[in-house]
Design a protein around this ligand. Sequence first.
Ligand code: BG6
Length: 513
Amino acid sequence: MAQTEVMPVAQEPLIGRPGDPCVMVIFGAAGDLTRRKLFPALYNLARQNLLSREFAVVGLARNPMSTDEFRQKVAQDMKEFATGDVDPSLSDWFVRHTHYLTGDFGDPQVYSQLKALLQQVDNDHCTHGNYFYYLATAPDFFGSIVEQLAAAGLMEENKEQWRRVIIEKPFGRDLESARALNQQLLRVAREQQIYRIDHYLGKETVQNILAFRFANGIFEPIWNRRYIDNIQISVAETVGVEKRGGYYDRSGALRDMVPNHIMQLISLTAMEPPISFQADAVRDEQAKILHAIQPLSSEDVLSRTVRGQYGEGVVDGHRVPAYRAEQDVPPDSRTETYVAMKLQIDNWRWADVPFYLRTGKSMPVRNTHIVIQFRRAPFVLFRGTQVGDLTPNQLVLHIQPEEGISLHFAAKVPGPVMHLGGVNMNFEYADYFGKLPSTGYERLLHDCMIGDATLFQRADMVEAGWSVVSPVLDVWKALPPRNFPNYAAGTWGPREADDLLARDGRHWRNFEK
Ligand code: BG6
């Protein structure tokens, strides 16, 4: 076996163990995800001593390129997309550990070439025969790539070597297709080999929901229907569909964001404490929540969901076109770019506590947050003051771009009369921990390299997410919208979304800049 090259000493102290020796095979290596996220994330891991010295990458894509050309591209991309300073010796080390294979994912021959290349790379870099495949491809290829890998013997594991596959979203486009894909994968691989990625779970602030709830004793006792009035989850984006009109118009906001990212936020916020931090213990509790979401009847879809599409408007001081005028979007498109819903979770903790959620493109600010709104004090002691006008206590988990937690409560305004005002207590990550350069993919890649699937979706969870949105997809398909576009870009979505809460005597908490 060849000797492993010595990796230049990384600068950051070691926290956690490095990933196992392994080869990462990236299907779709010439694409944006690889250069913008995957390579910078691998580099950050190397820098934090979390990447094994016995590590290599094989990039695979249709674009004809030699390994040398690929390496030049990786070196160039690394400079452009690194999230912090690039240490030239570490970057050179990384680049020398990359290889490239030109090929069509549908061509069986490619898999025998890949097998031969992997043997050579494995030998050169002492990676112990451990491989993981990252499918950064169009979703149509997911099932067939895994089938072909299995047919070539590239999914076979033994006591000494593991084989895993990371699958990007979208995982299906409805319940039926997600089920079919799960079945296709599980015919040739074990569930433990499949890592269904949701990049929201790579976000520090999303992972912190678990730490906040379960590493502190003071929140759990009040984290239930007795004290909580409602929960609001908002994922607002200022961007439109950018250059993804072709994909987005077939997807829409509901499919694009709800069964995956928003379901993660709901399940982490609402789950019971797991009995351990083992992958299945955590995922069992998340899955229970998804199964406990009350199925929407057709009438519920009409009364508890809102869809919208943006017309032209002004975002961040710039005029932006209507969705229907975006590249690759038909001028009469009926695809929604905004969705709001009211869901109920049928269990003892959450019965009758509405979960309001919304997500949209071309909103006035980019802001993802979860508002936990508490019930009002049981007795209005401060009658005659403006207490009735005060917003109730709210705990806000700021996911992005602000990263932190704030608590909103009432305080006495200084002065001779009793007068109350709303104040905030704020915690910001950056103030305490500084900012670690991150793409959001580091933790997920590292977890895959150490075999920890906690932050990845199990087959049942993906299907449960789709079950929640399925009735909505059906009703919306049967009743195409007639009022699109129904919100101007740069506003908080259609009026009906405000009405959804107003009917319950509530309103959205919006965060302006
Ligand atoms: C992706 C969606 O999964 O998530 C995009 O396809 C969306 O439409 C993106 O913009 C949002 O991710 P983030 O990390 O920017 O909140």
